[in-house]
Design a protein around this ligand. Structure first.
Ligand SMILES: [Zn+2]
Length: 131
């Protein structure tokens, strides 16, 4: 088995991480405000996404508070907290939006459609479409 020691970073030099700014109030990311934060503990933050999939209202991002670029860098104790926050978000979505289902997505590296070089898990409500 190949030893996995390679870096899978695609962060450009001088990259200013937009997610590291979300909880640094001065320059919030793409319109994300402190009031958009729905859950936060010492390891993770969950906030209403202000940019992606505008047709899916209530879409939430769960991110580690410390900067880790992708799944390859993410320590297991952060992964646990991220999924715990995603589960709390899912319960909140069910009771608030009365959605029919919940989806999560997580992208890594440019070929995996990762658009922000800070690990993030998407959580969004899904609805049965009645035609
Ligand atoms: Zn960051």
């Amino acid at each position: 088995m190949r030893k996995m020691t390679a870096s899978f970073s695609h962060r450009p030099e001088g990259y200013e991480c937009p997610f590291c700014r979300v909880w640094g109030i001065e320059r919030p990311h793409q319109g994300t405000k402190q009031r958009d934060i729905i859950y936060q503990n010492e390891k993770v933050t969950a906030f209403i996404a202000s940019k992606w999939w505008p047709n899916n209202k209530g879409h939430v991002l769960v991110v580690p508070n410390q900067h880790f670029e992708n799944i390859f860098e993410l320590p297991a104790d952060y992964a646990v907290e991220i999924h715990r926050a995603a589960q709390l978000t899912a319960f909140a979505m069910k009771s608030t939006f009365r959605c029919d289902g919940i989806s999560t997505r997580q992208h890594n590296e440019p070929a995996g459609n990762q658009d922000v070089c800070h690990y993030h898990l998407h959580v969004y409500p899904r609805y049965v479409i009645v035609e």
